[in-house]
Design a binder for this molecule. Structure first.
Ligand SMILES: Cc1ncc(COP(=O)(O)O)c(C=O)c1O
Length: 380
């Protein structure tokens, strides 16, 4: 946080998000350099942060975009992304969203079920279009991350199970308004260990064989997102290890000639550039604990309440010795807690606190519960 001008921050109405654009740009440059080594295509997962200033920078640097709703498709188009670089995933695409995607001739629908496949075919037919599709395969891999953010296990709602792939291929052969262009995978989020990605590559190699046996040419393989960030140490590890990540796919996945490899990275691109800034309303001494009560709650940053997520929290205005606190928000729910028994500089009413690594799944998930105002955002 040293770079941010604390004096200026004191003048602004809390709670709000600040984004360090230097970190964002350096991260994007690193992604581009590492992906370009292998000719990989990166679609920014807009769900991680749809702030227009962030989208504009991602778009200017030439990345594609991964959308999971009609609203995200519109946000991407408004931010200047070309429709040719839009992939559209999501287990429940509504008819109007499919029509919107068809209208814009997006690059590819990631299809998650047989009923969805048939609806896309039907709507494409009505629109006089051929929809390009990738089958989202559930690779049935166990990923050790929080259970709310795994997506590639057999029991998850996402993707098509391995034992249904032959049926799906048979159906695609019978449909005239869809064109199969590839496969899509996404195994989960906040994955910092490379082992699940290696397993994904091995599984993808096996799955690919099935398509080869059936003489199907898969032009594109999309490995989704999921690369994690270092929440414990955001200053030392502000840029994730993209080199190691892409290298895994280059080493373990056997791409066919001319096959294009895509990724949908969200958290790893925007996670470390954002912080939530909040003011201390009260320091309450309970009979067994001390509570720091902030003016930000889970309405501004839901990750700790939702996923038991850890964020570094810094008191930016105190220089006194540390104390131990539960750091909570003002929302009328017991789950509105950012950290339990956390060491913080001795804290007083009016102090300014930064909740770090909040650039992904932070502002974009904020809500107006308790009729609260949505947070503003500032850029340094
Ligand atoms: C289909 C899909 N692609 C990409 C992402 C982005 O994941 P991450 O932010 O972990 O990179 C997600 C996140 O949930 C997703 O569901």
């Amino acid at each position: 946080m040293k770079d941010f001008r604390i004096k200026k921050m004191l003048e602004l109405q809390t709670p709000y998000y600040i984004y360090n654009m230097k970190v964002l740009k350096e991260t994007l440059q690193t992604v581009a350099i590492e992906a370009n080594k292998y000719g990989y295509y990166v679609h920014y997962a807009i769900k991680a942060n749809a702030n227009i200033q962030i989208l504009s920078i991602v778009q200017e640097m030439g990345f594609g975009v991964d959308c999971v709703s009609g609203g995200e498709i519109s946000a991407a188009i408004d931010a200047g992304f070309s429709a040719e670089k839009i992939v559209f995933a999501g287990v429940g695409k509504a008819d109007w969203e499919i029509n919107l995607a068809l209208e814009h001739d997006i690059f590819c629908f990631n299809v998650e079920s047989i009923p969805e496949l048939k609806v896309i075919n039907y709507l494409a037919h009505l629109n006089g279009k051929i929809a390009k599709i990738a089958i989202r395969v559930n690779p049935e891999i166990n990923v050790y991350t929080h259970h709310h953010i795994t997506t590639g296990r057999k029991e998850n709602k996402f993707g098509i199970n391995l034992d249904q792939l032959d049926d799906v291929i048979d159906i695609i052969f019978m449909l005239s308004s869809v064109q199969l262009v590839g496969l899509h995978f996404h195994i989960g989020s906040q994955i910092t260990d490379m082992v699940p990605f290696k397993l994904l590559c091995k599984q993808a190699n096996e799955i690919q064989k099935k398509f080869i046996r059936r003489n199907i040419d898969l032009k594109h393989i999309n490995f989704g997102g999921g690369l994690g960030i270092n929440y414990e140490n955001p200053d030392e590890f502000s840029i994730p290890n993209f080199q190691e990540y892409f290298d895994v796919f280059n080493t373990y996945f056997f791409a066919l000639n001319n096959q294009k490899i895509h990724f949908e990275l969200g958290r790893s691109i925007v996670g470390q550039c954002g912080s939530l800034i909040s003011k201390v309303l009260y320091v309450k001494e309970g009979s067994v604990k001390k509570f720091v009560i902030l003016d930000a709650g889970f309405t501004e940053l839901i990750r700790p309440a939702f996923y038991e997520a850890y964020h570094v929290i810094e008191n930016l205005t105190s220089n006194e010795f540390a104390d131990v606190y539960d750091i909570v928000g003002p929302i009328c729910e017991s789950s509105d807690c950012f950290a339990k028994q956390r060491i913080l500089k001795k804290t007083h009413r009016g102090d300014i606190v930064a909740i770090r690594s909040a650039g992904a799944y932070g502002e974009v998930m904020s809500s107006q519960y308790n009729c609260r105002r949505l947070p503003k955002s500032y850029f340094f």
